[in-house]
Structures are given as C-alpha cells and as structure tokens.
Design a protein around this ligand. Structure first.
Ligand code: SF4
Ligand code: MG
Length: 311
C-alpha cells in the first residue's frame, strides 16, 4: 500500500454540519509474501476501512494498493478475487442462509467461469476437507452449523480460488475462546501449506502476538508504529503502543482494549487533533506535540511517529 488515504463525507443532521472523516490517512506498508501483518488499534482507528481498501471494496481517495506489481484498482472483480480474499468477523452475516455449504464454497469458482460442475464439486470437497469439515457438512445450511464450522466454511470459500492474500478482519472475535484457538491454528497451518500472506486485523493483542510476523499500530487513521512482532511486544516505542500493551494487563487479558491508561473517550475521527493526533491522550506529550505533527522515524526494528523517538 502506498500513501493510501480514504475520506468519507458524513451527512450532518440539522445541528451537525457535514464533515469529512479521514478514516485512513497516508498509510504505506509492504507485507512480504508469506508474512502476516497484524493491524491493531481501538475501534474507529481505520482498521476495517483499511481492510476494505486492500480488498478493493472501497476505492482509495488517494494513493494505491499494489499486489505483485499490479494495482488493485486496475483489476476486474474476477482477477481481484483470484488474488485477494476476505475472512470477516461474523461468518453468519457473510454466508447466504439459503444456500448449502457446497454452493457457498463453490460460488467463487462458478463466478470465474470455465469449470464444469463436476470440477467445481471436486474442488469444493477437497477444500472442505482441507479446512477440517466432514463430508456431510456440504449439504447443510449455515443455520445447521456451529459458529466454528461456519467460520471454516468462510475460510474454505476464501481459499477455494487459491488467492495469494487473505484479509482477515477480526476472524475469531465472534467465536468462543476454545474455538478461537482452533480457527487460529487452522489459519496458521493453511498459511504455511498454501504460502498465503495475511493482513490480520484485530483489536485483540494476544491474538495478534500469536499470529503476526509484523504489527502495525493504527491511531486515528495513521500507522503510528510498525515493527516485527517480537520487537513490538518486547520494546514498544510509541506512547500509544505502550498504553495499548499496558491495557492488556488488566483483569481480563486478551479480551480487547479497555480504556486503562487511555482515558475514557474514544477519539473522534471527524475531529482529528492538530500536531500529534495522539497528544490529548498522551501521558508524555511535550509542548511541541500540540503544534507539530511528528514525522516518521526509521529504527532498525521498524518505524515510529513520535517526537520523543529518535533514530
Ligand atoms: Fe506523545 Fe508527542 Fe509522541 Fe505524540 S509526538 S506520541 S503527543 S510524545
Ligand atoms: Mg472493525
């Protein structure tokens, strides 16, 4: 992704003027083939917008998303589907309740054209087996499956075209904790076996630490820190990353990002503070932070945007 920016125009009501929301602001990153870039941040930080941009479901206002040297914006739907696929949080919402599992998983193949029904059926069966679903699941409806089984169906549908990149947006957040681990292990196994690259979006830092090779921390639409997973969790540089990590050490570890150390109000994406956008909540802000936006500092371990971090 190169300098990607996406703004939304939000229509105001009687008392609220129209506002421009910059959901993703000048974000650039590369993910090496076979890697997992974890994207973390509070709700409203732009994670899901970033996912939709990468998937080509939303056009960027500026900048470009490039996969293997090809601009996503230049691809047609079918080419894009062969390259990038999503796995979303709620498989129930993303699976057509009236279609049987075999048709749900077969649909991307049918949409590509050129395959016989028999070929589609055999690829679907192989993929269902690959994601750990028994044969008799193929004739069931989504309502006849457990949450974990539904997410396996969603994964099978995402992988049936053998894409290079899978964008996972909170893929386990709707599942019971025991099932979460199974799905995460399945995703890890599939990545190794099929040489997939993941963009893995989650508010759950424990999950990201477990699956990601590299982590990007988003705050109000910008990546404020990016580093290898081990370095980021061992030695976070940005004050926001530190606050996020500290907030995990509360009585319910891993259950999300509570407000400890971050104040009780989520930032308003329509009203981004001047200077460093984190300054109103930053415990170590200096005067300069209110007026001057920090530029990007490259460290041996990654990148950080903070006045207090120097190379
Ligand atoms: Fe805090 Fe200033 Fe660094 Fe922003 S630039 S994170 S306000 S210290
Ligand atoms: Mg989201």
């Amino acid at each position: 992704a190169r300098s990607v920016r996406r703004t939304f125009r939000v229509r105001g009501g009687m008392l609220v003027p129209d506002r421009n929301i910059v959901a993703v602001d000048d974000v650039s990153f590369e993910v090496p083939a076979g890697g997992v870039l974890g994207v973390v941040g509070e709700s409203g930080c732009g994670k899901s917008t970033l996912a939709r941009l990468i998937l080509g479901l939303l056009p960027p206002t500026a900048g470009e998303i490039v996969v293997d040297g090809q601009r996503v914006a230049d691809m047609d739907r079918r080419a894009r589907a062969r390259l990038i696929q999503p796995v979303f949080q709620d498989p129930f919402a993303s699976l057509n309740p009236r279609r049987r599992v075999r048709d749900i998983v077969g649909l991307p193949l049918a949409a590509q054209g050129g395959l016989s029904r028999r070929e589609i059926a055999s690829q679907v069966e192989a993929m269902l087996e690959r994601v750990g679903l028994a044969r008799d699941m193929a004739d069931r409806l989504p309502t006849q499956l457990s949450g974990g089984q539904r997410q396996r169906v969603a994964i099978a549908r995402a992988l049936v075209l053998r894409p290079r990149i899978v964008v996972c947006d909170e893929p386990t957040s709707a599942l019971d904790v025991s099932v979460q681990a199974q799905i995460l292990n399945l995703l890890a196994e599939l990545r190794r076996d099929l040489n997939l690259t993941y963009l893995f979006i989650s508010h759950n830092l424990a999950v990201v630490e477990h699956v990601a090779t590299e982590v990007a921390v988003m705050y109000l639409g910008r990546i404020v820190e990016r580093a290898g997973t081990e370095a980021l969790f061992r030695a976070p540089q940005h004050p926001y990353t530190r606050a996020l990590l500290a907030s995990v050490l509360t009585p319910e570890p891993g259950l999300g990002v509570p407000d400890v150390g971050l104040g009780d109000s989520l930032p308003d994406p329509a009203n981004i503070p001047g200077g460093c956008r984190f300054h109103p909540r930053c415990p170590v802000a200096i005067d300069r932070c209110r007026h001057v936006a920090p530029s990007l500092t490259r460290l041996p371990t990654g990148i950080v945007e903070c006045h207090l971090v120097v190379a």
